[in-house]
Design a protein around this ligand. Structure first.
Ligand SMILES: [Zn+2]
Length: 316
């Protein structure tokens, strides 16, 4: 067997490895929360829908504001307690998306979406997990202002980690939507697909939402068969990644492909095909002769693909 490619140091996965101690036990402690808000070290992210407000400071971009400054933005809505970073309280403040967009012309701020912040490295990487936490949580608030049980207006409680319905007394908790994202492999070959929304030349893993009552492994096999017509056997978990667009959790897997012929579901995929390891290594290096590329290193798909290229996969 040919030696496997070595692509050098591995870049960091985006939005993962959070430094935030969520201090969940303090969310019901009103006195502790008042103390956190008045703490001189407290800082807040400002999120307006898909947009994040960054402050221009000494040639860099700072995503942190004092709590008072964050709440002073026009259109400020919910505040959520994200947790503690080295003991310093960290919050996220929602502002109306239109109010965030209106700041785009302001010289004091840089206002852009979280994907761009991550891909372009606009802030220190350590902020990405906390921004993902804040963005996903605030998105849930924006979409759950009314009780799905009885239709009454709900109220945020527990420092932003629950909404209660005063009419029917139902408690509503923030949701996370699990997505299976997988690379079907067979020896030195793997299957990559192209979504209709991908940039030209980019190929990636297959992916799909895990359905109610479905195991991760079953979702991997179902999605692979539905999208590409490939039958898979064993499934190996690789890693997971918060994906706050809006509230997903990507669950990365490798899958053992046990059939060969690809049948593409054209409503789901623009294309899918087999690639060999050397070709995928060139795509990861951005040296492919046809200009094909793999996803950016911020995304877990890059890491799922690269792990197979460099290390192969052991199915237990
Ligand atoms: Zn209700």
């Amino acid at each position: 067997m040919a030696p496997r490619p070595d692509l050098g140091p591995r870049p960091r996965l985006g939005y993962a490895a959070s430094r935030v101690d969520r201090a969940a036990e303090r969310r019901t402690d009103a006195e502790a929360l008042r103390g956190f808000e008045s703490d001189g070290r407290a800082r807040a992210y400002v999120v307006g829908g898909e947009l994040v407000v960054l402050r221009k400071a000494d040639g860099a971009l700072d995503p942190l504001f004092s709590c008072a400054a964050a709440r002073a933005f026009e259109g400020a809505a919910e505040t959520a307690f994200l947790g503690l970073v080295d003991g310093a309280p960290r919050f996220a403040v929602a502002i109306e998306p239109a109010a965030a967009a209106a700041l785009k012309g302001n010289d004091t701020f840089e206002v852009t979406d979280l994907r761009s912040i991550a891909v372009r490295g606009l802030v220190e990487a350590e902020h990405l997990p906390a921004l993902a936490e804040g963005k996903a949580l605030l998105n849930w608030h924006a979409r759950h202002r009314f009780c799905p049980n009885c239709g009454s207006a709900t109220q945020p409680v527990e420092a932003g980690w629950r909404r209660d319905c005063p009419a029917c007394k139902t408690q509503h908790f923030p949701r996370t939507d699990p997505v299976a994202i997988m690379l079907p492999v067979a020896g030195d070959r793997c299957v990559l697909g192209r979504s209709h929304r991908f940039q030209p030349g980019m190929w990636s893993c297959l992916a799909g939402y895990i359905e109610p009552g479905e195991a991760i492994e079953d979702a991997v096999r179902r999605e692979t068969r539905e999208e590409a017509g490939i039958v898979c056997g064993r499934v190996a978990y690789f890693a997971s990644q918060p994906w706050p667009f809006p509230t997903s959790l990507m669950i990365g897997c490798h899958a053992e492909a046990i059939s060969h012929d690809i049948v593409i579901d054209r409503t789901e995929l623009a294309d899918a095909r087999w690639f060999d390891r050397e070709e995928v290594a060139l795509m990861l290096r951005r040296q492919h002769h046809e200009g094909f590329t793999a996803p950016v290193p911020v995304a877990i798909a890059y890491h799922i693909i690269r792990a197979w290229v460099e290390d192969g996969v052991e199915f237990g």
